[in-house]
Write a protein that binds this ligand. Structure first.
Ligand code: ADP
Ligand code: MG
Length: 623
C-alpha cells in the first residue's frame, strides 16, 4: 500500500538502520564514494601506505588496507556506529577541523548498505581484531599487521533500487580510480596501490608532488607547467596557494585534469574554478581547459567544509578575497613566463614556511616543501626542451605564440580604451569635452579630454541641450513644426478639450496643433520638431496641463522655462538607451555649443571633469 495515501499511519521514530540507509543515499551514492571515505579515514589515521582492491567496479568488493594507527577492539563497535567519531568533540573542533572526516557517519552508512568487515590492529595490540554485521557483533581475534582493513562487499545488496542507478562496471571503476588519483595527488608522501579484479592497475611510491603529479597527469603536464607558491596576509587570515599551473600547451579539450585542493581536501568549487579560469583567460582559447594541480591553504576557521555531505564544496568566509588571491597568483605565474621568457629562471619564490603556522600542525605533507627547487628545474627544463628542438618543434612555436600573446595582452587593452580620435585630439579650446570612450550602465558617457576623464550624465545633458534649443526657437519665433502623418488621437476629459480650444494660439506658437475631433477625443496633428521623438500623447497632456494651470497666455511669460523644461524632459534620451560612438560624440559637441550646458535645467551638473591629477590621487600615485 502506498504510505502517502494512508492518512492513518502514525508518526514513528525511524530505526537506526533505516536512518543510516537514508544517510547512505548522500554519503554512499556510488562505489567511488565508499573509496573516498575509506581513503580519507586511512589518511586521518596517519597511514603512509594504502592498498585499494576493487572487484567489479567496486560493487562486488572494495577492500582498503592501511598501515595507520588502527582501532582498539573496544572502540570497533563505536567506529561503526552512526555519529561516532574520534575527530571532533565540540563545535569549536568542527570550526577548526583539520582532518578529512568528522561527521562520523561514513562507516555506519556504508555498513547499512553493504556487508562490511572491519579488521584492525593498533601498535600496542598483540594481534588484530575483527567485527562485522549490522548491528555489529563483538570483536573476534583475527590475523593481520598493524593498521586497518575495511572490506566492503556487495554494495547495495539490501537496497536494490539504488543498485539500479549504478552504471557499467567500467564506469564505476573509472570513478573509483579518479578518486584514488585525486587523493594520491594531494598526498604524494603516501604510497598507493590500486588493483581491479585482481589485476594491478597503479602503484605510486611515496615521493613529492612534482613527481606524483607528473605520474598522474602525464608527460604533457610534466614538461609544460609552472610551479607556483605564494602567500599573502597575516597569520590569522593568510592565504597560501601552491602547486602547478599547466601552460596553455598542456591544456585539454576536457576539464579532466583540474585538481584543486583546499586544506588538503579535493574540491570542485565554482568560485575557485572561476578564479583560475579567469587567470587563464588572456592566454587560453575559450574551448580549451587548463590543467592544474593547485592547493589553497588557509586558516580552517575561515572556510566551512561542512556544506556538502561529501565535502566537495566549501564556503569561504571571505570569498571575494579568496577569488582575488587565487586569480592574481595564477595570473602572475602565467605572466611571469612572458616577462622572464626563456632561459632566465624566475627568482626563487618566497619560502612559505613560518608564514602559516597552522600548516605545521596539519597538512604539512601536502605537496611537500621542495617547490623552490622545482621552480628552477621546471622552468629551465622547459627552456632546454623548447630550445633543443628535442621533438618539441611544435611546442616551441606554441610557447612563442603564448608568450607573444601574454606580452601583448596588457597592451591590447589600450587601443580598446582609447579610440582613434584621441591621437588627433585638438586643443582644449575646440573640443573641451573631448571624445567619448564608452557608455557606462546606460547612464553616463565616459570621455577623454586633454585634462583627463570627463563623465557626462547623458539624460541631464540632453535635456539641457533641448531646453536651450526650445528657448532659442521660441524667442526667435521660429519654432519648427513637425506635422504628423497620422494624427495621434486620445481620450480627453472636458477640461483638456476646453483648454485645447481656448489656447490654440499659444499651442501654435509652441509648435503644437491640438484640436478636438469629438467631445471626448483630442487629435494631435503637429508637434515642435525638436520634440518629435517624444511620446506625443503625454507631451500633449503635459502642455495642456501647464497652460491650464497658468491661465492661458501667462504660461508663456511666467512659466515659459518650466514649460519648456517639461517638454525637454519628455524628449531627452532616457537612461539605458545605448548610444553609438558617433551619437555620444555628437552629444558632446552639442553640449559645447550649448549655453549653460554645465547644468541641467534642474540645476544639477551635466558633467564633471576628473583631471589626471585627481585620478592619481585616487590611486595614491606619487605620494
Ligand atoms: P569520521 O571519519 O567522520 O570520524 P567514520 O564513520 O568515517 O567517521 O569513522 C568513524 C571512526 O572510526 C573515525 O573517527 C576513526 O576514529 C575510526 N576509523 C575509521 N577508519 C579508520 C582507519 N582506517 N584507521 C583508524 N581509525 C579509523
Ligand atoms: Mg571518515
Amino acid at each position: 500500500m502506498n504510505a502517502a495515501l494512508d492518512p492513518h499511519r502514525p508518526i514513528q521514530a525511524l530505526s537506526d538502520q533505516l536512518i543510516s540507509q537514508i544517510a547512505a543515499g548522500e554519503v554512499v551514492e556510488r562505489p567511488s564514494a565508499v573509496v573516498k571515505e575509506l581513503l580519507e579515514n586511512a589518511l586521518d589515521a596517519g597511514a603512509t601506505h594504502i592498498t585499494v582492491r576493487l572487484e567489479q567496479g567496486g560493487v562486488k568488493r572494495i577492500a582498503i588496507t592501511d598501515n595507520g594507527r588502527g582501532i582498539a577492539p573496544e572502540q570497533m563497535r563505536l567506529a561503526l556506529a552512526r555519529h561516532a567519531t574520534s575527530k571532533i568533540a565540540s563545535l569549536h573542533d568542527l570550526e577548526h577541523v583539520a582532518t578529512l572526516g568528522f561527521r562520523g557517519e561514513a562507516l555506519a552508512s556504508i555498513a547499512s548498505v553493504a556487508q562490511l568487515t572491519l579488521t584492525s590492529r593498533t601498535a600496542a595490540a598483540a594481534h588484530a581484531w575483527e567485527i562485522s554485521g549490522t548491528p555489529a557483533g563483538s570483536p573476534a581475534p583475527a590475523s593481520g599487521a598493524a593498521g586497518t582493513t575495511i572490506d566492503v562487499q556487495d554494495l547495495y545488496f539490501n537496497t536494490p533500487a539504488r543498485r539500479k542507478f549504478l552504471k557499467t562496471e567500467q564506469t564505476e571503476f573509472g570513478h573509483c580510480a579518479e578518486v584514488v588519483r585525486r587523493i594520491a595527488l594531494a598526498r604524494p608522501d603516501v604510497s598507493f596501490s590500486l588493483s581491479h579484479n585482481g589485476k594491478a592497475i597503479d602503484h605510486w611510491n611515496a615521493t613529492e608532488v612534482a613527481q606524483r603529479s607528473a605520474h598522474i597527469l602525464g608527460d604533457n603536464f610534466a614538461t609544460a607547467r609552472l610551479a607556483l607558491d605564494e602567500s599573502a596576509g597575516d597569520e590569522a587570515s593568510g592565504l597560501r596557494l601552491h602547486g602547478f599551473a599547466g601552460l596553455p600547451t598542456a591544456a585539454k579539450a576536457r576539464a579532466d585534469a583540474q585538481y584543486f585542493y583546499v586544506n588538503g581536501r579535493f574540491v570542485r568549487d565554482k568560485l575557485l574554478t572561476h578564479a583560475v579560469r579567469a587567470a587563464y583567460q588572456d592566454v587560453l582559447h575559450g574551448d580549451r581547459y587548463p590543467s592544474y594541480v593547485l592547493a589553497l591553504e588557509l586558516n580552517p576557521a575561515l572556510v566551512d567544509v561542512n556544506v556538502h555531505p561529501s565535502k566537495i564544496e566549501v564556503r569561504f568566509r571571505d570569498s571575494r578575497a579568496v577569488h582575488q588571491f587565487v586569480f592574481h597568483v595564477v595570473q602572475r605565474a602565467l605572466a611571469q613566463t612572458s616577462a622572464t621568457a626563456f632561459g632566465t629562471a624566475p627568482a626563487p619564490l618566497a619560502s612559505p614556511s613560518g608564514a602559516m603556522p597552522w600548516l605545521r600542525e596539519q597538512q604539512q605533507t601536502m605537496f611537500g616543501a621542495q617547490l623552490r627547487t622545482d621552480t628552477a628545474t621546471d622552468i629551465s627544463s622547459q627552456f632546454k626542451r623548447a630550445n633543443s628542438g628535442f621533438g618539441v618543434a611544435q611546442s616551441t612555436a606554441s610557447y612563442g605564440a603564448l608568450f607573444a600573446a601574454a606580452a601583448a595582452a596588457p597592451e591590447s587593452l589600450r587601443p580598446a580604451i582609447a579610440p582613434q580620435p584621441i591621437q588627433s585630439l585638438p586643443g582644449d579650446d575646440e573640443h573641451p569635452l573631448g571624445f567619448a570612450l564608452a557608455q557606462l550602465h546606460g547612464v553616463f558617457i565616459l570621455a577623454q579630454n586633454n585634462r583627463g576623464l570627463v563623465l557626462v550624465d547623458m539624460h541631464a545633458a540632453h535635456e539641457r541641450i533641448l531646453y536651450e534649443q526650445l528657448k532659442n526657437a521660441l524667442d526667435a519665433d521660429a519654432m519648427q513644426v513637425q506635422a504628423l502623418l497620422i494624427p495621434v488621437t486620445f481620450y480627453a476629459d472636458a477640461v483638456e478639450v476646453g483648454t485645447a480650444a481656448e489656447s490654440r494660439a499659444i499651442l501654435e506658437s509652441l509648435g503644437f496643433d491640438i484640436s478636438a475631433v469629438s467631445p471626448t477625443t483630442l487629435a494631435v496633428r503637429a508637434v515642435p520638431a525638436l520634440l518629435k521623438n517624444a511620446d506625443t500623447q503625454s507631451l500633449a497632456r503635459d502642455v495642456l496641463r501647464d497652460i491650464r494651470e497658468f491661465g492661458g497666455s501667462r504660461v508663456l511669460i511666467e512659466r515659459r522655462n518650466a514649460l519648456l523644461g517639461t517638454l525637454a524632459c519628455h524628449t531627452a534620451v532616457r537612461a539605458n538607451r545605448s548610444l553609438t560612438g558617433p551619437e555620444m560624440n555628437a552629444l558632446l559637441r552639442q553640449m559645447e555649443a550649448t549655453e549653460r550646458a554645465d547644468q541641467c535645467n534642474h540645476g544639477r551638473p551635466t558633467w564633471v571633469q576628473l583631471a589626471l591629477a585627481d585620478l592619481d590621487k585616487l590611486f595614491l600615485r606619487g605620494q
